[in-house]
Structures are given as C-alpha cells and as structure tokens.
Design a protein around this ligand. Structure first.
Ligand code: GYE
Length: 336
C-alpha cells in the first residue's frame, strides 16, 4: 500500500516536472503580460471595513443648532460603525481648520472630510493632503479650489435654498415691499449661495433695504437685528435670515420692539426644532430645510474610497420647505 502510494507520488512529480519544462515559451509569454492571470496568483486585496477607518473631521465650529446636529451625526455614526473619528472644533476660524488638517495629514489618517468655514484659501492644504495621498471629501459648504484638489463634495445646494427662500418671500409679499437680510458667515458657500439664489428669484417689487452678516450665530445676529429695527422702523415688511438660530435672535429683538407675530414676514433656513417652534408661534412663515445629518453618507463614501471604489464627485442633499400649518405635527419627529 505504502509502496503504491510512493510510486504514485513519484509519477505525479515526474509529470509535473515534465509539464514545467515542456511548456512552450509562446504560452508563457501572455501569462507575464496578462494582468488577470498575474493578479490571480497575488494575495487577494484587503477589503477594508469601518473598523479599519480613521476619519478626520475638522469641524468648523459650534455656532448653531444645525452645526451641533452635524457634529452629533458624525460622532454617533462613528461610534455605531466603529470608525476612529479624529474630531476638532475650529471655532469658526479657517486657520484652526487648516492646522487641524495638517495634524491629520501628519497622523496619516485614511480620509479627511472637511466642512470649510469659507470658500477660499484651501489650495495649499488640499495640495498637502493630495501629496500625502489622503483623499478629501468636502462636506456641507463648498470650496473655490479646483475640483481636482478633492474627491467629492456632499452637501446642500445653497443657491437652490436661496431661490426657495425668494419664492416664499414672493408669496408672502404679493404686493411687494421692503425686506432685510441677515446673512451667514461672509465668504462661506452657504451665505454666498443663499444670498445669490434669493436675489435671482425675488420679484422686482420687493426691495432688499439692507443686508448684514450675523455670522450664522444668534449672539452676533442680535445687535444686527436691533440696529435694523431702529434704522428701518416702520419700513420693514420681511426678513430673510440665513439660519434659524439667527432668526431666533431676530424674534427676540422684534418682541422687545413690540412687534406682533406675523406683522413682519420671516423666511428662515435650516428647519431646526427652534425653527419649527417659531413657526408654531407665528413668527416664521417658511423654513427652508437644510439637512445636517451627513455622517452616515460621508462614512460610506470614505469606506468606498479606502476600497478603491469610485464615488460621485457631487452629492446633493434632497430638501424641502416647511410651513406653519403642519409644524406642530412634525416637531416631535424632528431630529435636530
Ligand atoms: O445653515 C447654519 C450653520 O453650512 C449649511 O451653517 C451650513 C450652515 C447652516 O451654521 O445653521
């Protein structure tokens, strides 16, 4: 039995050796240049999972409820998926975001997701990330840098949000009137886009009396609102306010000035719980949705990048407009 086995082994090895030496050069040549054949002999490529991912999120600040919800979305999603999230808060300062990105580049993170506080001034650090072969996904607001400097942008269409706000103002002031604008952070994609879309859509019989920034921050918006109410007393028919937090500050100023809900029409943006409450209370007549819950989508995109899969260069969030009529019904369902 053993002898028979030994004989078979010898025979098999002789046959193999014969095959090896007898193989004509012609059949070997294609194997060397043929990629799939070569790959078949390589170890299979590693498929990364969320547990392998270190994602850098240099958050721009904590200026609004929108931002708080955005931060929570990234932290909660990372926790659920087991992603190692390198989070920082730049307190609305671009230089802080840039240095946080540089730290992430030095650490050798897998992917950077950047919510840029302003549009300009990212070229150098985006180049550094590219040189380190760390892909960058731009989140929420846009950048003015060339599209080749980052892999994708995911967020809202800010111009569209401004157009929606303009349409709502047209409906609220069918006979025209004077409006004031309190805009977001100067130079941010969100503020620039919303201001542009609003102006594109506004009827000719509506005049923008004045526009000042409140930096997306209620504390900064409050004195702007107070100054407006003094300067333009008796002339104001409406406010376009770039986010709900600043709208809350305007409502406080209106209350203090003795204005009743609905006397001055307000169109705001975000759709936060605070925004819904102002609609229920009669202060805000339309709230243009802007969705901050981007954590799950961004992490899915980042994982695809790690696995060498293609992702879309532009991913726009689908958004609606909310109105007072069903605000009370919807408020309990709001996640931010
Ligand atoms: O509307 C505002 C936040 O960039 C879309 O930033 C975001 C804006 C949002 O502070 O509340």
């Amino acid at each position: 039995m053993l002898k028979k086995l030994a004989f078979l082994i010898v025979l098999a090895s002789l046959l193999l050796a014969a095959c090896g030496t007898a193989a004509p050069a012609a059949t070997q040549a294609p194997a060397a240049t043929d990629a799939p054949a070569a790959a078949a002999t390589d170890a299979p490529a590693k498929v990364y999972t969320y547990a392998d991912m270190t994602l850098c999120y240099p958050q721009l600040g904590a200026e609004s409820d929108w931002r708080t919800a955005n931060t929570a979305s990234f932290k909660e999603t990372a926790e659920q998926l087991g992603v190692n999230l390198v989070f920082s808060d730049a307190q609305q300062k671009q230089e802080n975001q840039i240095s946080a990105m540089r730290t992430c580049i030095q650490q050798g993170v897998d992917v950077i997701a950047l919510p840029p506080v302003v549009e300009d001034g990212w070229d150098a650090v985006l180049q550094e990330a590219q040189d380190a072969e760390i892909p960058v996904i731009i989140v929420d607001r846009s950048v003015s840098a060339d599209k080749s400097m980052y892999v994708s942008h995911i967020g809202s269409d800010m111009v569209l949000e401004g157009r929606k706000a303009g349409e709502e103002m047209n409906k609220l002031l069918p006979n025209g009137g004077n409006v004031l604008e309190i805009s977001g952070t100067t130079g941010s994609g969100a503020a620039t886009g919303r201001a542009q879309g609003f102006r594109e859509t506004l009827n000719a019989n509506i005049t923008i009396l004045d526009s000042q920034t409140g930096n997306f921050n209620p504390t900064e918006a409050k004195p702007v609102a107070e100054a407006f109410l003094k300067k333009y007393a008796g002339e104001i028919d409406g406010f376009f306010i770039h986010n709900d937090g600043m709208a809350e500050a305007v409502v406080e100023a209106l209350k203090a000035a003795g204005v009743k809900p609905g006397e001055i029409k307000i169109v705001s943006v975000d759709g936060t719980r605070g925004g819904f409450q102002m609609m229920i209370d009669g202060w805000v007549q339309a709230d243009v949705e802007c969705n901050p819950l981007l954590g799950p989508q961004v992490m899915e995109m980042a994982l695809k990048l790690m696995n060498g899969e293609k992702i879309d260069a532009e991913v726009l969030t689908n958004e609606t407009v909310y109105y007072p009529d069903n605000a009370a019904e919807l408020l309990p369902t709001r996640k931010y």
